[in-house]
Design a protein around this ligand. Structure first.
Ligand SMILES: NC(=O)c1ccc[n+]([C@@H]2O[C@H](COP(=O)([O-])OP(=O)(O)OC[C@H]3O[C@@H](n4cnc5c(N)ncnc54)[C@H](O)[C@@H]3O)[C@@H](O)[C@H]2O)c1
Length: 290
C-alpha cells in the first residue's frame, strides 16, 4: 500500500501531483534543485486549495491537514522512507537519468519509482536505476488537479505488483487510467503534439495569425483551447522535447519540430510559465505575439 509519496521537480506538474496526493491523504515529500521553486510550489498549492474552499469543494481544516502532509527539501534524502517517488523534472533524458542515478541511493529497497515523462522511453529510463521491475510511467495531465486522465506505461521489465499498485493509486487519486505501450510519447502526446506542431507550422507559413488559428480550432473543431494557447500552457520547451523524441524515436520526417517553435524556445519564450510564448501574459488579458 502506498502511503508516502515523493515528487521530484516542483514545477507545474510536480506541484499538481503533490497537491492531489496530499488531498487524498498521502504524506508527500517534494524535492527540486531550485529552493525558490519549492517555496513557489507550496504557495501555488495553498492558493489552489483556497480556490477549492471558495467553491465549497474543500473545508479549511481539510486544507490545513493537506498542507501539513507536505514536506519540501532540495536534498534527495527526503525520500528515505518513500513508498513511491514520482519524477516530474524537466523533459530531458539527460536530466532525468542524472536524477534517477542520484535518487537510487536515497531510497529504501521497497520503493517504486514512477516517471511523469511525456514522451521518453520508460524502459531506457528504468535502466538508469537499480530496480527496473519497480519502475513505471505514470503520466498525469496538466493541470493535474483538474484533468481526469493518468496514462500508465509499463517498461519491458515492470512487474505486475508495481503495475497494480500504480493502478490502485490512480483510482485512489480519483483519476481514470489509460494503459499505453512504451512507444515514443505514448498515446496522448503521440496524437496531440503533432497537431500542436502543425499549428505552429500554420503560423510560421503565414496561413493564419495566432488568434485566427486558435479561434479556428476552438470554433471549427470544438476544441476547448486553441492549439497555440495549449502549447503555451504545456510549455514550449516541453512541446519541443516531445517533438524531438517523436522525430528521433520514430525516424519519420512528419514529426520534424517547426523551426518557429525552436526559435521561441531559444528566445526563452516558453509560454505561460515565463509570461510569454505565442501570447504575452504581462497584461490583464493574454495578447497574441503574431
Ligand atoms: N506541462 C505539461 O503539460 C505536462 C503534462 C504532462 C507531463 N509533463 C511532464 O512533466 C515533467 C515536468 O514538466 P513541467 O511542465 O512541470 O515542467 P516545469 O518546467 O514547470 O518544471 C520542471 C521542474 O524540474 C526542476 N528540475 C530541473 N532539473 C532538476 C533536477 N536535476 N533535480 C530536481 N529538480 C529539477 C526545475 O527546477 C523545475 O521546477 C516533464 O517530464 C514533462 O514532460 C508535462
Amino acid at each position: 500500500m502506498i502511503e508516502k509519496v515523493g515528487v521530484i521537480g516542483a514545477g507545474q506538474m510536480g506541484s499538481g501531483i503533490a497537491q492531489v496526493c496530499a488531498v487524498a491523504g498521502l504524506s508527500v515529500a517534494i524535492s527540486d534543485i531550485n529552493a525558490e521553486q519549492l517555496a513557489k510550489s507550496l504557495a501555488n498549492i495553498a492558493k489552489n486549495l483556497d480556490r477549492q474552499i471558495a467553491k465549497g469543494k474543500l473545508t479549511e481544516p481539510e486544507k490545513d491537514a493537506a498542507m501539513a502532509r507536505i514536506a519540501t527539501s532540495t536534498d534527495l534524502s527526503i525520500f528515505k522512507d518513500s513508498d513511491l517517488v514520482v519524477e516530474a523534472a524537466t523533459e530531458s533524458e539527460d536530466v532525468k537519468r542524472l536524477i534517477l542515478k542520484a535518487l537510487v541511493p536515497n531510497l529504501p529497497p521497497k520503493a517504486m519509482i514512477a516517471t511523469n515523462t511525456s514522451s521518453i522511453s520508460i524502459t531506457r529510463l528504468a535502466a538508469s536505476t537499480d530496480r527496473p521491475e519497480k519502475f513505471i510511467g505514470m503520466h498525469f495531465m496538466n493541470p493535474v488537479p483538474v484533468m481526469q486522465l493518468v496514462e500508465i506505461i509499463r517498461g519491458i521489465a515492470t512487474d505486475d505488483d508495481t503495475f497494480q499498485s500504480i493502478k490502485a493509486l490512480t483510482a485512489r487519486l480519483g483519476k481514470t487510467a489509460a494503459i499505453a505501450e512504451d512507444f515514443p510519447a505514448f498515446i496522448v502526446n503521440r496524437i496531440l503534439l503533432p497537431m500542436i506542431n502543425e499549428a505552429v507550422y500554420t503560423l510560421y507559413e503565414g496561413v493564419g495569425g495566432v488568434e485566427a488559428i486558435d479561434t479556428a480550432m476552438k470554433l471549427g473543431a470544438n476544441h476547448p483551447m486553441g492549439p497555440l494557447e495549449l502549447a503555451d500552457f504545456i510549455g514550449l520547451d516541453t512541446c519541443l522535447s516531445i517533438m524531438q523524441v517523436l522525430y528521433e524515436g520514430l525516424a519519420d520526417s512528419k514529426y520534424r519540430p517547426c523551426p518557429l517553435m525552436v526559435k521561441y524556445v531559444e528566445a526563452g519564450w516558453l509560454g505561460r510559465k515565463v509570461g510569454r510564448g505565442f501570447y504575452d501574459y504581462s497584461g490583464p488579458t493574454p495578447r497574441p505575439t503574431r
